[in-house]
Design a protein around this ligand. Structure first.
Ligand SMILES: [Ca+2]
Length: 151
């Protein structure tokens, strides 16, 4: 009896010290994968992530933005741009392709999106602009791919 009481007290102390392991911020629930060997267009990027059982990145909050920035910086690739799953293909507004959700949190470069010729329907993030967003042609072949999955 004494032993189980001590065990219970220790359990409560551990739980209150370390918290519930499921109670993590949203950004901590994703794992990222950077493809270091090729650059490609948005469609191939999407296909590549799906082939790995992952998704092209979605940035739904400030925390996710910061997490992806840190991840991309750690890759140490220098000035690069990276595809996100953000697009306005088939729509008049930008949405996250994999979740189908309208984009609410944004981090555009000043003056963006500038879709004046209706040809810039996919969202890239650029190292050189502190990972702010730009709408560009989905057919640009010069961007890197970051995939994500839930953990
Ligand atoms: Ca643009």
């Amino acid at each position: 009896m004494k032993c189980s009481l001590v065990l219970l007290i220790v359990s409560v102390i551990i739980a209150s010290t370390f918290g519930d392991p499921h109670d993590l911020p949203e950004y901590a629930e994703k794992r990222y994968h950077l493809e270091p060997f090729f650059k490609t267009n948005w469609f191939k990027a999407m296909q590549y992530c799906h082939s790995k059982g992952m998704r092209l990145i979605t940035i739904a909050s400030k925390e996710e933005q910061r997490n992806i920035e840190n991840f991309a910086r750690e890759s140490d690739l220098g000035d690069e741009s990276f595809w996100t799953s953000g697009t306005s293909l088939g729509d008049q507004v930008f949405y996250w392709f994999d979740s189908g959700k309208k984009i609410t949190f944004t981090n555009w470069i000043n003056g963006e999106p500038n879709d004046f010729d209706s040809d810039r329907k996919c969202i890239e993030i650029l190292n050189e602009t502190d990972f702010k967003w730009n709408d560009c042609s989905c057919f640009d072949n010069n961007k890197r791919v970051i995939c994500e999955e839930n953990v």
